[in-house]
Structures are given as C-alpha cells and as structure tokens.
Ligand binder design. Structure first.
Ligand code: ATP
Ligand code: MG
Ligand code: MG
Length: 393
C-alpha cells in the first residue's frame, strides 16, 4: 500500500488527503498543529515543526512520495526529504515561488517565450537600492519578498517618503516595489506537470478579491476573453516547463488596459501547489486539481482534464460565522451558523468546509462550489447564494 505525504496540514493539505484517500492511498501529514484540517483526517499525523529532523525522518519512513501544501515550507527541509524520496514540487521550484525577487526574475526569463511580463518592479534590499528606485514605479505597492499572502506584508505607497517609511515599517526585510497598475480584472491558471514533462492545463479562472483575499472565482466560456485565456494558459505552461516543474502549479495574472483600447496580461505571482482559485475543479471538472496533484506525485497517467459544467466558487470566510457589525468583544455571543439549509436547497450547490475549530474574520473556513448546465443558471444561483449569505457581488 503506497503512502503519500504532505508538508502542511491546512485546507489544501486536507483536500489533497481526501483525493489521495479516494484513490486508495494511505496519507501522512506533517504539521505542528494537533487540530490541523489535514492532520485530523489523515492516517498518520506527525506533529512536529517543519524543520524538525525527527519529524522529517518519520515522514520519509512512512511515505513513498511527498508534496507540499503551502509555499513557506523551509526549503532545506524539502532538500532533506528530496535526498531520500521523490518530492514534488522540488525544493528549487518551491524556493523560487517563496521569494518574490526570484519569482519575478523567473517570469522575466520566461517572458521572451511566454510573451507575458510582470509589472514593472524594483528589488529593495538596501538603502542604496531604495534610493535608486525609478520615479515611475510610484505610486506602487511595496511587498515583502517572503511570507506574504492574502495581501499581508503589503503597503501602498505614493511618494518616496512613504516608500522609505513603509520599508522601515516592514522591518527593512527584502522587498519588491511594484508599480500600481489599473487592473481591469484578475485571472489565474492551474497546470499539472508530470515527471515525464507532460503538462495539462485547467480552464482559466476569473477571480475577484475583497480586502486582498480571494472572494469568488468564475469559470465558464466568456468569463475571461478567449484570446487572453489562451495567452495565460500558454504563459503558465512556459513558466512550468522552464522550471522543469513537477506537480500542480497556479499562476496569477492581471488584465490591464494596453493603452490602445485593447487588453494586456501581466503575470503577478505563482503558487507551487493547488490554489484557492482552482477549487471549482472539485465539482465542475472530470479531474480536480487535488486529483491532479495525487496523479503527478504517484506517477499516474495525466490526461487532459475537462470542465463539464459552468462554475462559480464562493469563498466562505470566518466573517460569515458572526452577526454582521458585531464588535470584536461581542463576537462570542453573536456567533451564528450560516444558512446552509437554504443554500443547499438550491440546485448545484456543493459545500466544502475545512473542519477548522474556530472562526475568525478573514479566516478561510470553507468554500461553496456552484455548478449548473448553463452560464445564465450558474450566475443566477450564485446571486441567490450571495444574497442568502449577505455577501455583495
Ligand atoms: P495571495 O493570497 O494571492 O498569495 P498575496 O498576498 O501574495 O496574495 P498579491 O497576489 O501579490 O498578494 O496581491 C494581492 C492583490 O493585490 C492582487 O490580487 C491584486 O488585487 C492587488 N495587487 C497586487 N499587486 C498589484 C499591482 N502591482 N497593481 C495593482 N493591484 C495589485
Ligand atoms: Mg501570494
Ligand atoms: Mg495573489
């Protein structure tokens, strides 16, 4: 019986475990949290720090192959694991995705092939580099090179003075300053690449964010203009190939006005794992992004996935578990259960909750996939769901 391991026990690890178990694999999760969503449902749960030598040794002993579910796994831990077991994605690939400076350099290297560039940017790692920032990068967004997610570790700056004080506030850690672009929309693409170099790609996802966190993903014909969708897919394949990537990779893109009435694509960042924007694949495709992750890890065949239903994914953040406008102090008394009975009475609604023991505003508690036979119907159901949940489109 083959055992598949995963570094990290969050919701992405949990859904990987579910996909692996559905296909008959045993699973092992390494996560220090005894209540981690993936650890709770896995055959083996190793509760140590990610860089703990004994924990890593146990994981290797248990597992035939190992993957990751978040990009901030210490790269040296992946090197250790990779010396003894197949690890996908590999330590060097994860290291690129962990560091915006390396990541953007990789995107620039791919641009001649992909035709898609990152936003104009400068790396800021010293006072000299700070002083040398070209004026046309302002107004911009200062982002820490490492560890940021859901818009954390980012500050918007308009002037050199603001830039200097923002860098102080972020602790003078390595950062990138990106030019602020007038975004028309955002999209992302998930690809899976096998050890043999075969790549398959999922349909392009149209994403909306609220407060820096993904709110909804829509995937159906016309959600992203066909020419942009084609370019985004080709770019993502080029980015994966150039890294000799193995596993599931998500790349995020911005759609901007190209100045001559058309639209242009800008590559934003990548995640070396399944992605929140790919959750719709669980109910709308004949292979989910998590099954693709299992297949690449286990060396199984990787046929091109097919989307069979128009889909909309709605993220379920912890805010839904509290009465609107409840203050921080009132939250414990004003906890509510979202109206699942009404939501699930609508056709084509698929509820996914992550088993997290406590809700906090902004915390990802679950998601709802909506499928329907037509685009009009999926949009209609989504409107009803958002109404029931008190979310605005
Ligand atoms: P994630 O949770 O997706 O990993 P993150 O914290 O790594 O997010 P980014 O994806 O870089 O952050 O940025 C978050 C959001 O901020 C983007 O989805 C986009 O809406 C906005 N944003 C980021 N960079 C720019 C930019 N250069 N110009 C305009 N808007 C931007
Ligand atoms: Mg990110
Ligand atoms: Mg992002």
């Amino acid at each position: 019986q083959m055992t598949l391991g995963v570094m990290g026990g969050g919701q992405l690890g949990r859904m990987f475990v579910q996909a692996a178990q559905a296909m008959g694999y045993f699973t092992a999760v390494l996560d220090p949290d005894p209540a981690s969503p993936a650890g709770l449902i896995s055959h083996f749960h190793i509760q140590t720090a990610y860089d703990d030598e004994q924990g890593l040794a146990q994981l290797m002993q248990r597992c035939d192959a190992i993957t990751t579910e978040f990009e901030n796994v210490p790269a040296p831990a992946l090197v250790t694991l990779g010396a003894h077991r197949p690890v996908a994605p590999s330590a060097p690939c994860v290291a690129v995705a962990q560091d915006r400076i390396k990541e953007k350099a990789h995107f620039l290297a791919c641009a001649p092939v992909s035709g898609v560039y990152p936003a104009p940017y400068a790396a800021i790692e010293s006072d000299e580099l700070l002083a040398a920032v070209p004026a046309d990068l302002l107004p911009g967004i200062l982002k820490t090179a490492r560890m940021g997610y859901d818009g954390k570790g980012q500050m918007r700056v308009s002037t050199r003075e603001e830039l200097a004080s923002a860098w102080e506030q972020l602790g003078r850690v390595p950062c990138v300053l990106e030019k602020m672009l007038p975004l028309q929309s955002e999209c992302s693409v998930i690809v899976a690449r096998g050890t043999n170099g075969q790549v398959v790609s999922f349909p392009v996802q149209a994403n909306t964010h609220r407060d820096g966190i993904l709110a909804t993903t829509e995937v159906y014909e016309g959600a992203v203009p066909a020419d942009l969708a084609e370019r985004a897919q080709a770019s993502t394949v080029a980015i994966a190939n150039h890294l000799h990537y193995v596993g599931v990779l998500c790349v995020e893109y911005f759609v901007v006005d190209n100045g001559t009435g058309g639209q242009d694509l800008v590559v934003n960042e990548m995640a070396p794992r399944p992605h929140n924007s790919g959750h719709y694949t669980q109910n709308a495709c004949d292979m989910s992004q998590f099954e693709a992750q299992v297949r690449t890890l286990a060396g199984l065949p990787l046929p091109q996935p097919r989307q069979h239903s128009p889909a909309i994914m709605v993220n379920l953040l912890g805010d839904l578990w509290f009465e609107p406008n409840a203050t921080h102090a009132e939250r414990s008394e004003r906890a509510v259960t979202p109206p699942w009975t009404q939501v699930l009475a609508l056709p084509g609604t698929h509820l996914h909750l992550y088993g997290k023991l406590s809700a906090r505003p902004g915390r990802k508690m679950g998601h709802l996939n909506i499928t329907a036979p037509t685009v009009a119907q999926v949009r209609e159901t989504a409107a009803q769901v958002l109404q029931l949940l008190g979310l605005r489109t």
